[in-house]
Design a protein around this ligand. Structure first.
Ligand code: DOR
Ligand code: ZN
Length: 441
């Protein structure tokens, strides 16, 4: 056969294990896997490199509702450029954009904006509100939508559905997947007056304490049980939540964030100040250890970055006036690959959490595995490359990362999306060719 692209001599991470194989690509899809496959118009020499299925970051905030995002912070173009530089082939974008993605008009506007504005493939959440709670399931079926996002606790933006009655309406309306920011709004409100402007940044984790997250997760699980609907709990961050979710895996799936795996308080707050502040917060070591245990025992289904850019000025304000959220889409893969090299998880488990897992949870069509007939999306990585993360590398407009100075062993060398080499050795030569992806409901 004459392929459009032949990826030669790489170590291919198949769903069933690693194999030395070539991959033939035709019309943007994987056409053959093996040796001596034939000729091709273009060849990619992957000798010495690992070929992973395209990495999916299921949790980004690119800020852009189809009107150009927030200048100096992020838009779809700069966020997706950061994604492909970091080896991410698909991003799922949150609805607390400008304007918020909460009705048929804003969903359509965002969908139509995708061609020409995104380097990576793209899906996005529709945000639940008290107004749309009874019909948000219809919006969930619109093209490009990966599921419903509920902010049950308030964070950046105005989206909030905090009471049981409204959350139940959202769940009943849902046809696919409801993903939750689970922190309990009532406990957040009750605890806030204990603190004052200028308190140490570490106060963030005391205000939004483990009980806020645990209580929220319990309420959501009870409502999922009552309505017999699935719930995906985003950024699970406490030992108590992991223990609880394990008992409810028939209905509840769980996301873990890189920041909760790699940072802990109070040290992170002392070192990073406002650049450690995010929701749910970076917590103490026992909770970090519980997140790793959830990686080891399978409680965690996906890993996300919760890429949430803000200006440096907004991050450097005194607590709690500093904005919450940390960039991460460009660093998620090298950081997690470095953890593979450090022996904390296997490369197969990384692929399970960062490609197959998101594809399974969201029902992303054609994504998540290297297999004949699937999209030819690959994150090609050098497991031996040593690089240091620097602010100067960051393509997000805000221009900073909480991991500046971190040494990585392993680095993304190429990002291939539907057979197009979008990034090669840190260079993105072309214009945005990303597309909205489909989700099987
Ligand atoms: O820290 C956060 N930042 N947590 C969220 O839930 C939202 C995000 C943002 O959009 O800035
Ligand atoms: Zn988020």
């Amino acid at each position: 056969m004459n392929f459009d692209l032949l990826i030669r001599d790489g170590i291919v991470v198949l769903p069933w294990g690693e194999a030395e194989a070539d991959i033939g690509v035709k019309h943007g899809k994987i056409a053959a896997i093996g040796k001596n496959l034939g000729t091709a118009s273009e060849e990619f020499n992957a000798a010495g490199l690992h070929v992973l299925p395209g990495i999916i970051d299921p949790h980004v905030h690119f800020r852009d509702g189809g009107q150009g995002g927030i200048p100096g912070v992020e838009d779809m173009r700069s966020g997706s450029l950061a994604a492909v530089l970091g080896g991410v082939t698909t991003a799922l974008d949150m609805p607390n954009t400008k304007p918020p993605t909460v009705d048929a008009a804003t969903v359509r506007t965002k969908y139509e904006y995708i061609p020409g504005h995104t380097y990576c493939d793209f899906g996005f959440y529709v945000g639940a509100t008290k107004e749309n709670a009874d019909h948000v399931g219809e919006l969930e079926e619109m093209p490009g939508v990966c599921g419903i996002k509920v902010f049950a606790g308030s964070s950046t933006g105005d989206l909030l559905v905090e009471d049981d009655e409204s959350i139940e309406r959202v769940l009943r309306s849902s046809r696919h997947l409801v993903a939750f920011h689970a922190e309990d709004e009532y406990r957040l409100r009750e605890r806030k007056p204990r603190f004052s402007v200028g308190d140490p940044y570490a106060s963030h984790a005391e205000w939004r304490d483990p009980e806020c997250a645990y209580r929220g997760a319990r309420r959501i699980a009870a409502l999922a049980r009552k309505t017999n609907k699935r719930a995906h709990i985003l950024h699970v961050s406490t030992r108590e939540e992991f223990g609880f979710i394990k008992e409810h895996k028939d209905l509840i799936s769980a996301e873990v964030l890189v920041n909760h795996l790699l940072q802990s308080g109070p040290e992170a707050y002392e070192r990073l100040g406002g650049y450690a502040v995010m929701n749910p917060p970076i917590r103490s070591k026992e909770h970090q250890d519980a997140a790793w245990a959830a990686i080891a025992d399978g409680t965690a289904d996906t890993i996300g970055s919760d890429h949430a850019p803000h200006t440096a000025e907004a991050k450097e304000r005194p607590w709690p006036t500093c904005h919450s959220g940390l960039t991460g889409v460009q660093t998620i893969l090298p950081l997690m690959l470095s953890q593979v090299n450090a022996g904390r998880l296997s490369l197969l488990r990384l692929v399970d959490l960062m490609s197959a897992g998101p594809a399974r949870i969201y029902g992303a069509v054609g994504k998540g595995r290297i297999a004949a007939g699937y999209d030819a999306d690959f994150s090609i990585v050098d497991m031996k490359a040593k690089r240091r993360i620097e602010n100067s590398m960051i393509a997000s407009q805000c221009g900073w990362t909480p991991f500046a100075g971190t040494e990585c062993t392993a680095w993304p060398m190429a990002t291939i999306i539907r057979g197009n080499v979008v990034m090669f050795e840190g260079v993105v030569p072309g214009e945005p060719t990303g597309r909205a992806i489909s989700f099987r409901h």
